[in-house]
Ligand binder design. Sequence first.
Ligand code: SF4
Ligand code: SF4
Length: 320
Amino acid sequence: MDEIINDFHDLDQIPVFQTQIDPEMMNTADRLDVLQMNIGRVCNLACKHCHVCAGPNRTEVMSREVMADCIQFAREQQVQTIDITGGAPEMNPDFEWLVTEACKVCSHVIVRTNLTVLLNPEYEHLIEFYARQKVEIVCSLPYYRADQMDRVRGTGTFDGAIQVLQKLNTLGYGKNPELVLNMVYNPAGAFFPPDQTAMELEYKEHLEADFGIVFNALYTLYNNPMGRFGAFLRRSGNLSGYMKKLYDAFNPATVEALMCRFQISVDYDGKLYDCDFNLAAGLPIFSKETIADWIGKPYTARKIRMDKHCYACTAGAGSS
Ligand code: SF4
Ligand code: SF4
């Protein structure tokens, strides 16, 4: 298994994150908007910078029992959004059951896909399933040109992703307001993403001109120094330099909207985390409860488990 990086205590030159923010912002809001579910580490790809270290050799998948707990919790709390991720969430054997049940209790269901998994004959029917269920698709497309993307994700991944995007467009994704298709861009190394608006324009122009592809929005994210990316930074001697850059780019205006203030992230085994990055780092919520512990109880605000990796969420325009 890949090395997990969650120890920043040797980075003494970087101030403790909590000293930079209003103490009130170290707590969640009183309301919960998003239930994020990480339904497994299995993935058809093994990308260089995967923060959850997913891949074809991983075996962890969320059981239907844990999924049912999540659905019951979402119903009780009337969460606005259920956000399903992985690994490649499509590779969980109960994935279709989960999406169907999630759409019954929640009007906004997001599935995060790497696109290429949908070329596999075992999963290609899910493209139409997504359109029928009207789920929002958030896909990762590391770049709009093949060579850059194939370097990060593997040979042929770009062409595969383009085929799937064209099928999604044919079904109305990116065109019909009920079929939202968003993309995510992460830098392929220890550097920062370009301006989001400019990058979205660049993606839209190139993908439409070269492949006739349209989509709704592009989100540019700062890489969080976790998982394989964190291991790469440490191995290459870039961790302290990268953390210093994140700290120097700290923007206090991003703190109020940090995603951890309005969401909970459930791992495949039901354990709860303040966000996907803490999940990747193995840092559960302070109370160490599971989703089953939260059923039938009122939702209450809690203290968020923050550390120096949180600077990745507050750099520049924010990455939450
Ligand atoms: S980054 Fe996404 S597509 Fe790549 S290995 Fe991780 S989960 Fe799979
Ligand atoms: S890494 Fe997680 S806990 Fe830290 S600021 Fe970002 S979302 Fe919040």
